[in-house]
Write a protein of this length. Structure first.
Length: 371
C-alpha cells in the first residue's frame, strides 16, 4: 500500500525593485502603479497555502528575507551603485528566491536578465504588460537594442498578461505574440460617507502624464479646489518648474508624496479624479478612484472604452479644450455623484483582487504542472 507524498507549494517570485515602499510605507520613496499592482497580487496569492510568494525589491537598508503580509522580500540592486553591481545582486536574489515561476511588469533592462536566468535555470518566466507603449511597438522603436531584447523576452515567456483587449490586439500585430487579458486587482475599501471637497490628480512627474495640463485646468475653474499628488524619481528641472507653477495657483494644493497606506483618504475626498496622460495601459489610479466612488475625467486614456460603457466618467479623446468643458459638466448639478456611484459598482464587479488572483493562480498551477 502506498500513500501520496504531500505536494510542495508552487513558488512564485515577483520582480519590481521599487515596490518596497508599498510593502513598507514608512519608506517614503517613489513607486508607481505597476508596483501597486504586483503588491496586491503577491499578497493575495500568498494567502493560499498552495503557493509560496517572494518578491525581489531594491535595497532600502531593510533586512534581507524580511516577510511582510506573507511575502518574503529579497533585496537586490542598490540604486546608488553602478549597473554591474545591480546585475550581480539581482542575479543572486533570483537564486535565493529559488522559485518555479518568475513574474515581471514594466519594460526595463531587468526583463532580459530575468528571462536569461529562467532559461538557464529552467524556470518559468511570465510577463504582464504595463503600458500601451509596450504593445504598440513604441518601446521597440524608442529603444533599438533594449527593444529587441524586450521582444525576445516576451517570446520566451510562457504567459503574457495584458490589461485590456487593445494591448492584446497590438501585441499580436506588432510581435505576433498571444496574450490574455486579466484586469488589475485591488482590495475594495469600505465606502466612507464624507464631504467630497477637491478635484484630484495622482501620479508621477513623467512626460507622458503631463501634470501641467492639470494645473491649467485648476486655473480655468478657480471656484473649485484642486489637489495634485505628484511624485518624481528624480528632482529634475521639469519637476521644479511644476512646483513653481503650482505655487502660483491659489485654488491648488501641491503634495510631493503620500504614503501608500494613506492615499485612499484623498480618493475618498475627491469629486473627480483627473488623468492627463497621453497614453497608459490601465492606470491603477482609475481603479483607486472607482474603489472610492470618485468620478473620472480622462484627457486621452480610456482602455476598452470602459468609461463610456460603465458610465464611470468622461474621456476627452485628446482635446484640451474639452477637458475644461467636461469638468464643468461633471460639476454642474453634482453629476459627478452618479458617475462615482457607477464607478464603485464597476470596481466591485471587475477589479476585486480575490477574483483576479484566482485567475492568476489557475495559470500558475497549469504552468507549474507542465514544468
Amino acid at each position: 500500500m502506498t500513500t501520496d507524498s504531500p505536494q510542495r507549494p508552487i513558488r512564485v517570485c515577483f520582480i519590481a525593485p521599487k515596490t518596497y515602499p508599498v510593502f513598507n510605507p514608512k519608506v517614503g520613496d517613489y513607486f508607481g502603479g505597476a508596483n501597486v499592482d504586483l503588491y496586491y497580487l503577491s499578497t493575495e496569492i500568498a494567502k493560499d497555502a498552495r503557493f509560496e510568494c517572494s518578491f525581489i525589491v531594491a535595497d532600502y537598508g531593510q533586512p534581507d528575507g524580511e516577510v511582510i503580509e506573507g511575502v518574503k522580500l529579497y533585496k537586490a540592486l542598490d540604486f546608488s551603485k553602478n549597473a554591474l553591481s545591480g546585475l550581480v545582486r539581482t542575479w543572486q536574489a533570483l537564486k535565493r528566491a529559488d522559485a518555479d515561476i518568475y513574474m515581471m511588469k514594466c519594460a526595463s533592462p531587468g526583463v532580459p536578465v530575468v528571462t536569461t536566468f529562467c532559461k538557464l535555470r529552467r524556470r518559468v518566466f511570465v510577463y504582464r504588460l504595463a503600458s500601451l507603449l509596450e504593445s504598440d511597438g513604441t518601446y521597440l522603436r524608442q529603444h533599438p537594442i533594449l527593444g529587441r531584447l524586450f521582444a525576445w523576452s516576451l517570446r520566451q515567456a510562457k504567459a503574457v498578461f495584458a490589461q485590456n483587449t487593445i494591448d492584446v490586439e497590438n501585441l499580436a500585430m506588432t510581435l505576433g505574440i498571444s496574450s490574455q487579458v486579466i484586469p488589475n486587482g485591488h482590495r475594495l475599501p469600505a465606502m466612507q460617507q464624507q464631504n467630497r471637497d477637491t478635484i484630484l490628480w495622482v501620479g508621477r512627474d513623467d512626460p507622458v502624464k503631463k501634470p501641467e495640463r492639470f494645473l491649467e485646468l485648476a486655473k480655468a475653474i478657480p471656484n473649485e479646489h484642486f489637489t495634485i499628488v505628484c511624485q518624481t524619481p528624480n528632482n529634475d528641472q521639469h519637476y521644479k518648474d511644476i512646483i513653481m507653477q503650482a505655487g502660483k495657483i491659489r485654488n491648488l494644493q501641491f503634495i510631493r508624496h503620500v504614503p501608500f497606506d494613506r492615499i485612499n483618504d484623498y480618493f475618498q475626498r475627491a469629486k473627480v479624479l483627473v488623468n492627463t496622460s497621453d497614453s497608459e495601459g490601465f492606470p491603477n489610479t482609475f481603479i483607486q478612484a472607482c474603489n472610492c466612488g470618485a468620478a473620472i475625467l480622462s484627457f486621452n486614456v480610456n482602455p476598452d472604452g470602459f468609461l463610456d460603457t460603465h458610465k464611470c466618467g468622461l474621456c476627452c479623446n485628446g482635446d484640451a479644450a474639452q477637458l475644461t468643458y467636461d469638468m464643468r459638466f461633471l460639476l454642474d448639478g453634482d453629476r459627478y455623484v452618479e458617475f462615482g456611484s457607477n464607478a464603485r459598482k464597476y470596481s466591485e464587479k471587475y477589479h476585486d483582487i480575490t477574483r483576479i488572483a484566482g485567475e492568476y493562480k489557475s495559470v500558475f498551477a497549469r504552468l507549474a504542472q507542465k514544468r
